[in-house]
Write a protein that binds this ligand. Structure first.
Ligand SMILES: [Zn+2]
Ligand SMILES: [Zn+2]
Length: 113
């Protein structure tokens, strides 16, 4: 199945469920086609954490224990930075203010870590 076709249908308003029925595909494979890299990336990471291949860490910036995984590159699902919700949001809000390794705002740096 050409995932571009599924994506077009999805963007035009078809639901995942109706696509899976119409194209005789599993819900999972429709999701994979529609959400592609980002979705697969999260799924791969989730499995890796479950299997103990990746260990969840505390926030790289403030040390908060409840964290989310941040990807710099969705083609590398296991290459993540662990951040608390607050810092994860701040990073996605972007702008020129980024945090450096010590948790300081570092306007000169374009990429994190
Ligand atoms: Zn934090
Ligand atoms: Zn992120």
């Amino acid at each position: 199945m050409d995932s571009e076709i599924l994506k077009k249908y999805y963007q035009a308003g078809s639901s995942i469920k109706s696509l899976s029925i119409n194209f005789k595909l599993s819900v999972d494979s429709v999701k994979q086609a529609v959400f592609d890299e980002k979705y697969n990336c999260r799924k791969t990471l989730r499995n890796a954490v479950k299997r103990g291949l990746v260990v969840k860490e505390s926030c790289k910036i403030c040390g908060e224990l409840k964290t989310e995984a941040h990807h710099n590159d969705y083609s590398k699902p296991l290459d993540v930075i662990w951040l608390c919700r607050r810092h994860h949001h701040l990073i996605h809000r972007g702008g020129k203010n980024r945090f450096n390794r010590d948790g300081l705002v570092d306007p000169g740096q374009d990429r994190l870590f």
